[in-house]
Design a protein around this ligand. Structure first.
Ligand code: 6PG
Length: 243
């Protein structure tokens, strides 16, 4: 399905539009399947979105919260994506603890953690084999100024992993856990929320589409079977033109 690109004047409007889309997708998923499976992104951009969701009144017991990636740090570490979302949102709402499915980082090595998290996901999605790919209702993603998405960094081996659900990504000397491209592509809806002028140069490459370089960025090779939506602020989206 072709990507839909929305550029809004301000970061605040991007956050509000993303909040509304998530609520709309949650309502539809709960009506159709009795639950809403949402995978979160980390970093700084989504924090106000999580803070806005904390103000909502929702059937949180029907929501299941996952993460697209996690730094290989304890949950109480300042870099933890899980920790950020819990502080900004999940600790403020009545959601059953068992509905929160972080990418655990307690294993001795990142590879062992990836395997353990994959086993949990396969159990949740009742998949007998890795090839029965999970279908998240909404996959919330961001993009770093180097073009990484989740913890899939450009030109790294993690981009090529297609026989596992969870793999190890590497940012410099910091190992990370990340869902793999096939899992992202199975989502019913992929929503990129990206803001800031520092993201514009790579977005220009990705949306130029003709650039062979773009193919090395995960955002350029994420082609979900479901919807693909981009929500950008004016700085990130400068010169891209809406569609
Ligand atoms: C992470 C995120 C990552 C994030 C980008 C953008 O763990 O860092 O999941 O993929 O989306 O790094 O981060 P900012 O929103 O802080 O620019």
């Amino acid at each position: 399905m072709a990507a839909r690109l929305h550029i809004y004047p301000s970061r605040e409007e991007v956050i509000d539009r993303a909040r509304q889309l998530i609520l709309d997708k949650a309502e539809a998923a709960i009506q159709q399947r009795g639950r809403f499976t949402l995978a979160l992104s980390g970093g700084n951009t989504p924090k106000p979105l999580y803070e806005a969701l904390a103000q909502e009144s929702q059937p949180w017991e029907r929501w299941h919260i996952f993460w697209g990636d996690e730094r290989f740090v304890p949950a109480d570490h300042p870099d933890s994506n899980q920790g950020m979302a819990r502080d900004a949102w999940l600790n403020q709402i009545q959601i059953p603890a068992e509905n929160i499915h972080p990418l655990e980082t307690e294993a001795a090595t990142p590879a062992a953690a990836a395997a353990a998290n994959e086993a949990h996901l396969r159990e949740f999605f009742a998949a007998a084999s890795p090839q029965e790919w999970p279908r998240f209702d909404l996959m919330l993603l961001g993009m770093g100024e180097d073009g990484h998405t989740a913890s899939l960094f450009p030109k790294t081996a993690a981009l090529q992993v297609c026989d596992r659900w969870v793999t190890v990504g590497q940012k410099a000397d910091q190992p990370r856990l990340t869902l793999t491209i096939p899992v992202l592509n199975q989502a019913r809806c992929v929503l990129f929320v990206v803001a800031g002028a520092d993201k514009n140069p790579i977005l220009q490459e990705i949306f130029a589409d003709s650039s062979a370089v773009a193919a090395s960025y995960p955002a350029a090779i994420i082609q979900p079977e479901g919807e693909l939506l981009w929500m950008l602020d004016g700085e990130a989206g400068a010169g891209l033109g809406q569609n």
